[in-house]
Design a protein around this ligand. Sequence first.
Ligand SMILES: Cc1cc2nc3c(=O)[nH]c(=O)nc-3n(C[C@H](O)[C@H](O)[C@H](O)COP(=O)(O)OP(=O)(O)OC[C@H]3O[C@@H](n4cnc5c(N)ncnc54)[C@H](O)[C@@H]3O)c2cc1C
Length: 395
Amino acid sequence: MSDNPYESRARDLAEGFATRAAHWDRTRTYPWPNVAEMVAAGLMGMTIPREYGGKGASCLDVVRAVEPVAQACTLSARILVEANMGGIGAIMAYGTEAQKCLCAPIVLAGDKPAICITEPEAGSAATEMTTTARRDGDRWLLNGTKHWITGGGISKLHLVFARLVEDGQDRGIGGFIIHRDPEAGLNPAGFEVVRREWTMGLCGMPEAELRFTDVVVPESMRIDADFADLMRAYNAQRVGAGMVALGVASGALDHATRYLRERKQFGRPLAEFQGLQWMLADMDTGVHAARLMLHEAAASVGDGGFPDRTLAARAKMFAAETALKVVNDALQMFGARGYGDTEPLERMYRDVRMFTIAGGTVQVLRTQVAAARLGIRAPQNREGYWQIKYAAGSD
Ligand SMILES: Cc1cc2nc3c(=O)[nH]c(=O)nc-3n(C[C@H](O)[C@H](O)[C@H](O)COP(=O)(O)OP(=O)(O)OC[C@H]3O[C@@H](n4cnc5c(N)ncnc54)[C@H](O)[C@@H]3O)c2cc1C
């Protein structure tokens, strides 16, 4: 039993999620029934303040709830993170009253906002984005292409990053909320879901390429925050993503522990072979260390409302790499069974692979950690803006 109410509720859901996880993977479908259960349990949008209908839960509450969900179903855990951090975090921190009142109920009802930063020519170097928002009186016209957008095509809320152009001048990068819900007749002209990007893991989650052609966004849907502010909200998402990876790893560790006790070779349980015991000990230690780092980062939320940038980068990097190794080692302990589809290990391995890439690669996170330790600025792209601000910023 957990003393955290969100974690307890998540544990209650996890058993059902585990039985259905293979289905979403094989059919590449979004787990709407799981979303409905997370809505009913008050987990979707739980970080939204009470005055907007949420629970005012903390970043640490979210990571505590994410671990049992991720042990059962990576896909659902990822949705849980993105319905509490990232896009909705930025909107609740920097949005206007009207924006918060619009977005909070949508998320509480089960939406997972999509964050649209990455472009074909702007990945790690996010500030090289070329999507523009041209001011036209009290509205903006968005033009450009984003890709690898998680939830693109199914999310109702999109937080789109674009270069603000006013009177022909580049005013830096800003963010816009686009509300799209074709079933409700909300289909902004010029907003096109170009294609779904197929993935090796997390197969039920649509990743999409989106194209914006003169999409009209009113000034009232621009978030009054600069790029640095918007990216600060991303620190929470990083901690959450790290926790999803860690949850998958702790789930794999449990499966491996059980199997070492059950499976016999050479007349003895595998658990009696020291070579495997030492592997298990390293897996256990990695999971424990990553969990401590993630909890530390989640608890570091300061006045700005988001976790410390360096703690978040370090924890996500360590958790993503640890999880990959732990799940790989767990699969190894199962032998051929781990490679086949009667056990969840092969799915967990495919699922966990993305966490060293998405949301800041482990190389880029290392750059941040090193810059903080060295106290240096580390401009790495044409403008140097993102790296300067984030390598040297105080939070
Ligand atoms: C499953 C998935 C979901 C995603 N979801 C979203 C989303 O919802 N929204 C969104 O905006 N984006 C999303 N992304 C995109 C993700 O953020 C980018 O993939 C990531 O930032 C890296 O960009 P890139 O893939 O273009 O790689 P690149 O930037 O081209 O990097 C290629 C390689 O070079 C390395 N590299 C690059 N620069 C440096 C450097 N300075 N020093 C050392 N090594 C470096 C990288 O670490 C990487 O190994 C998602 C990606 C995936 C895989």
